[in-house]
Structure formats: structure tokens, C-alpha cells
Write a protein that binds this ligand. Structure first.
Ligand code: Z5A
Length: 212
């Protein structure tokens, strides 16, 4: 059986993941690749329920420990119910966010001193063992411009309500993650037209993965 890949799209708020996910799905359909498309938090029935709890309410609703545990509870369900069965069935899995978001948002971004990156790595090992994405696309851009996009669109959620320095820390966090794992992560300039960003993503996929 052909290898089924797990690809994740990561980056700060408003960097264009949802837009790029759609373009990527059209590309995979054209290539006649069997895939599922999913997201975090969410991606299974139980995880979608947790998503509602996490993303609604005031920005101080959870401290970083509670928030991280909720993300990992959702992730475990997402892996068991959705991601692993799809991979076993030979389908590629495209996920809008995955564990790098926890490392960036809760590990680097939430500076309340209650948990550190080692705690997050420990939780990752507990829920996912040695399973990792085959390719992680990190969409990188100035957070100020990305947040202007989100503002224009409306419907800011709890995380998007954090201040600019939080979003600047996030950007550095994703770049740091990419630097630590260059064989898994590729950083793409998201401050270009959607078509150009898509072309860069396709280039990364064709360069790093075997399509047939
Ligand atoms: N979170 C966390 O803290 N820890 C975790 O472990 C996980 C997640 C898994 C999920 O919310 C939140 O949970 C997220 C991280 C946190 N924080 N927030 N907020 P979400 O999934 O609802 O939100 P998001 O992931 O940040 O997505 P988003 O805000 O919808 O943005 P996006 O998907 O990256 O961008 P988009 O919707 O494709 O584009 C935004 C706007 O820009 C839209 O109007 C587009 O038409 C426009 N756009 C897109 N691309 C372009 C280009 N190239 N040029 C110009 N305009 C563009």
C-alpha cells in the first residue's frame, strides 16, 4: 500500500491556514490522492465539544495548565477516532493545526509560569507516543498584518483577543520549532497572494514527500 502522509498546517491567527487548506484539498483531489481533512482543536465528535469549551468565553477563563490539558484531551480523541484510523486506511490526513500549536500558544505564548515546554513534551508523548506529522507547513507573517485580516473578517475568538506581544511571541515560537526540526517543518512566507503561498506549499510537498 502507498504511504499515507500526515500533513499539518501551522502558524499564528489569520495567517491563512483555512484558505490554504482549501487550495491544498483541490490539489490533492486533482492528484487523485485519498485524504481526509481535519482540524484542531476538534476533528472528532468529543474533540469538537472540547473546542467549543476552549474557544468561548473571556481570555482569562483558563490558566495555562487547564487549557493545555483540554487541548491534549481533544488531541487524544482526534488521534484515536480520526487520524490513526485514516492513516491505517491509507488516507492522507491534512490537519489545520496540531501539537506545534500547543507548544507555541501554551508553551511559549502563555507566560504565566505554570508549565514549561518539558511538561508539554511529556503530555505529547502520553497522547501520541512517537507519532508525528510527516510534514508541517508553518505559515509565517507579521502578526499585525495577520490580525488586520482577522479584524476585517470579524468574529474574533478568545485567543485572537490576546495582545500584540502575545502574537509576536507566537511567531518567534513557530520559527523556533521549525529551526529545531528542519526535516519535518518548512516555513513559508504567508504575506503573499494566496496563489503564491499555495505554489510554495505544493513545492514543499513535492520536494519532501513521495506522491506515487
Ligand atoms: N490553539 C491553541 O492555543 N493551542 C492548540 O493546541 C491548538 C489551538 C490546536 C483555534 O482557533 C485557536 O486555538 C487558535 C490557536 C488555538 N487561536 N486563535 N485564535 P481557530 O482554528 O478558529 O483559528 P485559527 O486557527 O487562528 O484560524 P483563523 O483565525 O481562522 O485564521 P486562518 O485560518 O489562519 O486564516 P484564514 O481564515 O484562511 O484567513 C484569514 C483572513 O485573511 C480571511 O478573511 C482570508 O480571506 C484572508 N486571507 C487569507 N489568505 C490571504 C492572503 N494570502 N492575502 C490576503 N488575505 C488573505
Amino acid at each position: 500500500m502507498k504511504k499515507a502522509y500526515f500533513i499539518t498546517l501551522e502558524g499564528g491567527d489569520g495567517c491563512g491556514k483555512t484558505t490554504q487548506k482549501q487550495l491544498l484539498l483541490d490539489y490533492l483531489k486533482n492528484k487523485q490522492i485519498d485524504f481526509i481533512c481535519t482540524r484542531e482543536p476538534g476533528g472528532s465528535e468529543a474533540a469538537e465539544e472540547i473546542r467549543k469549551v476552549i474557544l468561548s468565553g473571556s481570555k482569562d477563563k483558563w490558566d495555562s495548565v487547564s487549557e493545555t490539558l483540554l487541548f491534549f484531551a481533544a488531541r487524544r480523541s482526534h488521534l484515536v477516532e480520526t487520524i490513526w484510523p485514516a492513516i491505517r486506511a491509507g488516507k492522507w490526513v491534512i490537519s489545520d493545526r496540531f501539537a506545534d500549536s500547543t507548544m507555541a500558544y501554551q508553551g511559549y505564548g502563555r507566560a504565566d509560569g505554570l508549565l514549561n515546554r518539558t511538561d508539554i513534551e511529556f503530555l505529547y508523548n502520553l497522547v501520541a507516543k512517537d507519532f508525528k506529522p510527516d510534514l508541517t507547513i508553518i505559515l509565517d507573517m507579521d502578526p499585525q498584518i495577520a490580525l488586520e485580516r482577522v479584524n476585517k473578517r470579524g468574529n474574533m475568538d478568545r485567543m485572537e483577543g490576546m495582545d500584540l506581544s502575545f502574537h509576536q511571541n507566537l511567531r518567534s515560537a513557530f520559527l523556533d520549532i521549525a529551526q529545531k526540526e528542519p526535516s519535518r517543518c518548512v516555513v513559508i512566507n504567508a504575506n503573499q497572494t494566496p496563489e503564491k503561498v499555495h505554489a510554495d506549499i505544493v513545492f514543499a510537498i513535492e520536494e519532501r514527500l513521495t506522491l506515487c
